[in-house]
Design a protein around this ligand. Structure first.
Ligand code: ZN
Length: 241
């Protein structure tokens, strides 16, 4: 039979080993981080300088200064869309990197600001789930890089809300960016439909940019037909030039 003293010694020894293990692992992680920084430094996604993080402190402070989440004036009646920044300079560069160069890390900082903006502007609004603007891909929706989906998924996570696919794109249309205001509205008409009924659900659609709001308006209307109340949030806003 083990006496009390022996049991105490065994417990104390276990604690010492656990402590030693934790300290060693922390030290190894720090060394790994340091070596990574020396040999494979991260580049700040905004200024492109080699820094400790994917966005450096100076750039983060600058983004905080220009962060101005508000409901944008949309030409689409009844579209409540919050945007965090004006689409220009570093914001335009970041969205380009994320959208056209498939640089996923940019979405980490964009979704940080998007979730902050949503909390601030929609603080009194009920949101049950977060969704995205789907892509069309040979009837296999969203298997390839969908920036709206990545952004919405990360934002939902940061807001602690469920993320769900609510819409499908039923046929492929022309890209919106070269089209006029009226062409954009026509181009998205009937392109999306709801994947289910969403009676009395409060759904937030996230996307990167709002220009005329034609795409978000069409998505919103489809979800509305399915019974949902819809809010929209984008990283940036711009107008047609
Ligand atoms: Zn920077």
């Amino acid at each position: 039979m083990l006496n009390i003293c022996t049991i105490c010694i065994i417990i104390a020894t276990c604690h010492i080993w656990i402590l030693l293990y934790n300290t060693t692992m922390t030290a190894l992680n720090l060394i790994k981080k340091y070596l990574n920084f020396i040999f494979f430094p991260e580049k700040c996604v905004v200024c492109n300088q080699k820094k400790h993080n994917y966005v450096c402190d100076d750039c983060k402070n600058h983004l905080n200064d220009i962060f101005n989440p508000k409901i944008v004036d949309s030409t689409q009646k009844g579209l409540a869309c919050m945007a965090c920044f004006e689409y220009k300079n570093e914001i335009r560069d970041m969205i380009h990197q994320f959208k056209f160069k498939n640089y996923k890390k940019v979405s980490l900082i964009l979704s940080d600001f998007l979730s902050l903006g949503i909390r601030k502007v929609f603080k009194t609004q009920k949101i049950d789930l977060v969704t995205f603007v789907p892509m069309f891909l040979n009837n296999q929706d969203d298997l390839k890089y969908n920036h709206s989906k990545i952004l919405a998924e990360q934002t939902a996570k940061k807001l602690g809300l469920p993320f769900q696919k609510c819409l499908r794109k039923i046929y492929n249309n022309e890209k919106q960016h070269n089209l006029s205001f009226y062409e954009r509205q026509k181009n998205v008409k009937g392109v999306y439909n709801s994947v289910d009924k969403f009676k009395d659900k409060h759904i937030l659609i996230c996307d990167d940019i709002i220009t005329t709001g034609a795409t978000l308006f069409e998505c919103k209307n489809e979800l509305k037909k399915a019974g949902a109340n819809v809010l929209c949030a984008t990283v940036a806003f711009t107008t047609l030039h």
